[in-house]
Every structure is written in structure tokens, then in C-alpha cells.
Design a protein around this ligand. Structure first.
Ligand SMILES: [Zn+2]
Length: 399
């Protein structure tokens, strides 16, 4: 039997009445008023009796290609400024979780540039060989200088020498970086000034982890029809509706033109190519661009609500999907990304089991939309590739 949405909420009201010992037929006769309930207070417990599998350790060692262990210390209007980094935690507590959860390596994407990058490499990569890798980022604040294209390419070679293993590009490109850095028109993702940077990544065998655009719902009005209403209502600065922002589709197409122009550069498009809601489109892009890969960070909520489509996607693109979480130590503001044992257990359960209807984040209310997810139960072969082999190949690592 199919239950309608209206039916579900009526059911919740009936449940609440029953809890207060009021006979349900009274409500049906209209004798008692329905209880008012604010959305934020609605935390239904599932009554399904289905298997619950705990997966304390991953079946194969994991490389998490998408974490943030450091961040640029300063930024303005979404553009990082200066070389300084702040560390979000010490290596010891990070390693404790890694050892417990079978995490071989964490890739710290936001290693910034110059002195901050060197500090991150020294404190993480060099102090704990094989356990941490650090990526560098573009010098956005210099992007309007006439010598920028060459400067940026040369700077990548210096960063590579300093130990950077790849390049991370935040959604700064496309959504924040402007012609006068923090003001003026937005700089396009396929702007030619970055061509030497992308080519240098290919020459140095540094993969590019790139975040372009955001969930489709972030480009729509924050209203009662928006499936991520609560999330956007709590973080109004995450909405790209209105103002001078391009559409989601325009951003993804600019990214595609850029990927097509640099076929030797390996692009890891984060958050399932930033369109986990539309796996058919992501697949089309991957068919077109053999140098395009995807990563899972903060999108098991999307994949897990379409488990049959997602499973086919995993099977078809098994050589180009990388494990990642977008984990942030102490990132309590975003429960779907808070670094810790619970987070990894949810990812492992999603990938390894066929459990049904469970939370995609360690939080009382699903933080990225009010639904629950289903495991995809990947085969051993696909799991091994997703957990480590695909990342190891791109990073030039041995497992
Ligand atoms: Zn991230």
C-alpha cells in the first residue's frame, strides 16, 4: 500500500493523540483539535523492523580523498587571503579515529599556499608518512594581476616541491572570485587565465579536486517547496538564488568546457560531480570526459535515497569513483561532515550493506533534507576500487 505524504502527517498527529490517551475516533469526529507541531520539533522514530548492520571497520583500507584538516586563516567574501593556515585538530586524535576505522590516509585538501602549505606538510605529511597528504590551492588574491597565469603555474611547481600532492579548487571559482577579487563581475570557471595552472597539474601529475556549484536546491527560492528548506533556512548564505549568480547548469557547463580543454589533467569532481541529484547527467559527463572522476563527500544522502540508480552508477563507473567524506574536525555546524567514528560507520554501512531506511548523518534531524537512505551493498571488487585503488592510482601511491 502506498502512503501519501498527507497520510504520514495525519498518522503522526494520531500518534501524538494516542500518546496523550485521547481516543483517535474523537479526532476523526472533529471533537478534539489537531495538535500544533513545529517542523523543527518533528523527530519521528521509524517503526520499521528491518536488519540493522553495524560496520565498525571498512572491508578494505580507506583513502579519504576529501577532508579539511587545515583552512586558510583569513578570507573575505568567500575568497581566501594570505598564506596562513589554521589547524582544526592535532594529528593524535585524528590518528586515533583513523586506526579505529581502518582509514589508511586522509587527504587534507585545503592546505592553502606558501608558508601555510609548508606548515601543513611538515606537521601532517612529514610527521606521519603515508597517513596524511596535503593539497595546495590557487592564489586567488593575485588572480587579477597581468602576470597571474605564469605566476600561478610557477607557484604550483614550488608547491609540488614543498610536498603538495594535488590542487584543490573550492567553489570560490564560479561563485565568489570576482574580477577585482572580492568585487566586480564573477570570474568564469573556464576563464583562460587558469589554463597554464590546469596544464601544470597534468605535467606534475597532481590531480585536481574541484568543487563546482552546489546542490540544485541551493539555486531555488528558500520556500515551502524547497526540499532543503531547513538547511537553507539555517544557513542563508548557502543560497545562490537571485543576485548575479549563474544557474547551476551554467556553472556545470563551464566546468565541462574547462575539463574538455585539458584532457591530460585528472579532475576529481567533488560531491559526485556536484550533481548527485542527477546521476544520468553525471554519467553523461563521465562518458564524454575520460579524465573526469567523482568523489562521494557529503552526498550519501542523495545517493542513498536512489539506491538502485546509485548502485548501477557505482558498477558502471567503478574505476572513477573515489571515497571521500568532506570531513571537518569539530564541524558541528554540518553534522553530515563532522569528523569522527560515527561518520565513517555510516559511509561503510551505506557502501557495504543493503540495510534500509537509516540516517545518513549522525544527527537527530536529517540535516540535508528530511529523508533516510538505503545501502547499496557493493561487490568486493567495486568496494576495493572505491575505498582505495582508484585514489591510490591518481595519487601515485601503493596500498
Ligand atoms: Zn570540502
Amino acid at each position: 500500500m502506498k502512503t501519501t505524504r498527507r497520510g504520514l502527517f495525519a498518522g503522526a498527529a494520531l500518534g501524538a493523540l494516542a500518546a496523550r490517551n485521547l481516543p483517535a475516533q474523537d479526532m476523526l469526529k472533529g471533537k478534539k483539535k489537531a495538535i500544533p507541531l513545529e517542523l523543527k520539533d518533528f523527530q519521528p522514530k521509524s517503526m520499521l523492523h528491518v536488519p540493522e548492520t553495524r560496520v565498525p571497520r571498512s572491508r578494505y583500507p580507506v583513502i579519504d580523498i576529501h577532508t579539511h584538516l587545515t583552512f586558510a586563516a583569513n578570507s573575505k567574501e568567500g575568497v581566501s587571503l594570505g598564506e596562513e593556515v589554521k589547524f582544526l585538530d592535532e594529528p593524535a586524535p585524528l590518528l586515533k579515529v583513523m586506526d579505529a576505522k581502518n582509514l589508511r590516509t586522509l587527504v587534507n585538501l585545503t592546505g592553502n599556499v606558501g608558508a601555510g602549505l609548508r606548515e601543513s606538510v611538515r606537521k601532517l605529511d612529514k610527521a606521519h608518512p603515508g597517513r596524511f597528504l596535503t593539497f595546495t590551492e590557487p592564489w586567488w588574491e593575485r588572480a587579477n594581476r597581468p602576470d597571474y597565469p605564469k605566476f600561478q603555474a610557477d607557484e604550483l611547481a614550488r608547491a609540488h616541491n614543498d610536498g603538495a600532492r594535488g590542487l584543490k579548487v573550492l567553489k570560490t571559482l564560479g561563485l565568489y572570485l570576482r574580477e577585482k577579487i572580492t568585487s566586480g563581475p564573477l570570474v568564469k570557471i573556464d576563464d583562460k587565465r587558469f589554463d597554464p595552472m590546469w596544464e601544470q597539474c597534468a605535467a606534475l601529475k597532481m590531480p585536481v579536486c574541484i568543487h563546482v556549484s552546489d546542490p540544485e536546491a541551493f539555486f531555488l527560492p528558500t520556500d515551502r517547496f524547497n526540499e532543503r528548506f531547513e538547511e537553507l533556512n539555517a544557513h542563508s548564505d548557502w543560497s545562490f538564488h537571485g543576485r548575479d549568480f549563474p544557474s547551476n547548469q551554467a556553472l556545470l557547463e563551464a566546468r565541462n568546457r574547462m575539463i574538455a580543454r585539458h584532457p591530460k589533467t585528472q579532475f576529481i569532481t567533488l560531491h559526485v560531480g556536484n550533481d548527485a541529484e542527477n546521476l544520468a547527467y553525471v554519467g553523461e559527463c563521465m562518458d564524454r570526459y575520460p579524465n573526469m572522476h567523482v568523489e562521494l563527500g557529503a552526498r550519501i544522502g542523495e545517493l542513498g535515497r536512489q539506491p538502485r540508480t546509485a548502485k548501477k552508477f557505482f558498477d558502471k563507473y567503478q574505476d572513477r569513483i573515489l571515497f571521500g567524506t568532506d570531513a571537518v574536525p569539530h564541524g558541528d555546524d554540518t553534522p553530515q561532515q563532522v569528523y569522527g567514528e560515527l561518520l565513517y560507520e555510516i559511509y561503510y554501512r551505506f557502501l557495504e550493506t543493503e540495510d534500509e531506511y537509516f540516517d545518513y548523518a549522525p544527527a537527530a534531524i536529517p540535516p540535508q533534507g528530511r529523508w533516510r537512505i538505503y545501502g547499496v551493498g557493493l561487490s568486493d571488487q567495486v568496494l576495493r576500487k572505491v575505498y582505495n585503488a582508484n585514489a591510490a592510482r591518481l595519487l601515485g601511491m601503493k596500498i
